[in-house]
Design a protein around this ligand. Structure first.
Ligand code: ZN
Length: 265
C-alpha cells in the first residue's frame, strides 16, 4: 500500500488537500476522479445531501482501494447534479443539463491544465448519468485524453438480493441509501420519520425496466412523501457492505482501464 494524504475519515479528497499535496500527487499519478452528487429530497428521514455524502464516502473508499493495490489517484466530489424531478420538494437544488455538463468540463479542464491526463467521471445520483456521458465523450474529443464514465447503480441492483432485506422494492431514499447514510452520518438520519412507500403503478418512470423511460407525471404523485421502498429496514452493516462492494468494483474498472495494462488512447 502506498502513502497517500489521509484524514481520520479516510483518504483526503482534493478540497481537503493542500496545493503541495496535489503537486506531490501529480508526480506519481495523472489520474483524476470527478464524482457528482445531488442536493435533493430523500424523504422525511434523510438529509438533502444524501447522494453527495454517499459520493464522498464512495470516492474515499475507491482511493483507499486503489492505494491498497499500489495505485494513486486524486478525487473530488461536486455536490450538485440533476434533480429536476424533485424540484417541487423544498430544498432541492438542480442544475440544468447544459450547466451541469459545462461545470464538469470546466473542472476537468483545470485538471488537464495542471497535468492530469486520465479521467474518471463517477455518478453518485441516478439522474446524473446522461449528462455525464455527454461530458465524458466531449472531454475525450476536446482534450484527446481517455475518460471513463462509471455509474454503480446497475451493479448495485445486480447484488441487492444478497444484502437487502427487501430487494424487491428499493428505490429512492429507501433501505439501501438509508443504510449508507447510517455509516457516515447517523446523526442526520431521522428513522422515526421513515415510512414504507410502494410506488403508485402507472406513472412509475421505470416500470418497464432498463431501456424504457417514461417522462410523464410528477414524482410526488407516484411516490407520495418522496420515497420508494422501506427505509425502516436500513442498517449500517448493510451500508458498509454496499460501500465495500461498490468501491472494489469501481477500483477494478479503474485498475483495468488505467493502471493494469498499456494506456488506453
Ligand atoms: Zn439518492
Amino acid at each position: 500500500m502506498i502513502e497517500i494524504p489521509t484524514t481520520a475519515a479516510g483518504p483526503k479528497l482534493l478540497d481537503e488537500m493542500t496545493t503541495r499535496e496535489v503537486a506531490a500527487a501529480l508526480e506519481r499519478t495523472d489520474v483524476a476522479i470527478l464524482t457528482t452528487g445531488a442536493i435533493e429530497q430523500h424523504g422525511a428521514h434523510l438529509p438533502l445531501g444524501t447522494d453527495w455524502y454517499i459520493g464522498v464516502e464512495t470516492t474515499r473508499r475507491v482511493l483507499q482501494e486503489l492505494a491498497r493495490r499500489g495505485h494513486q489517484a486524486v478525487g473530488y466530489v461536486f455536490p450538485l447534479g440533476k434533480s429536476e424531478g424533485f424540484l417541487n420538494f423544498a430544498g432541492t437544488l438542480t442544475l440544468r443539463n447544459a450547466t451541469f455538463i459545462a461545470v464538469m468540463k470546466e473542472i476537468v479542464r483545470c485538471w488537464h491544465h495542471q497535468g492530469f491526463r486520465r479521467f474518471a467521471l463517477l455518478s453518485s445520483n441516478g439522474g446524473n448519468g446522461t449528462a455525464m456521458l455527454i461530458a465524458g465523450e466531449e472531454l475525450h474529443r476536446e482534450l484527446d485524453c481517455p475518460v471513463v464514465f462509471i455509474d454503480p447503480l446497475p451493479y448495485q441492483i445486480s447484488y441487492r438480493q444478497e444484502i437487502l432485506k427487501n430487494p424487491a422494492i428499493d428505490h429512492h431514499g429507501a433501505e439501501g441509501e438509508t443504510s449508507k447514510i447510517l455509516v457516515t452520518h447517523p446523526h442526520l438520519v431521522q428513522l422515526e420519520h421513515a415510512t414504507f412507500v410502494a410506488p403508485v403503478g402507472e406513472a412509475r418512470p421505470f416500470a418497464f425496466g432498463p431501456g424504457v423511460r417514461v417522462f410523464a407525471g410528477r414524482w410526488e404523485d407516484f411516490a407520495p412523501g418522496g420515497v420508494v421502498g422501506d427505509p425502516r429496514l436500513a442498517a449500517a452493516a448493510t451500508g458498509e457492505e454496499a460501500y465495500r462492494r461498490n468501491a472494489r468494483w469501481i477500483a477494478d474498472i479503474l485498475e483495468r482501464v488505467y493502471f493494469a495494462s498499456a494506456k488506453v488512447g
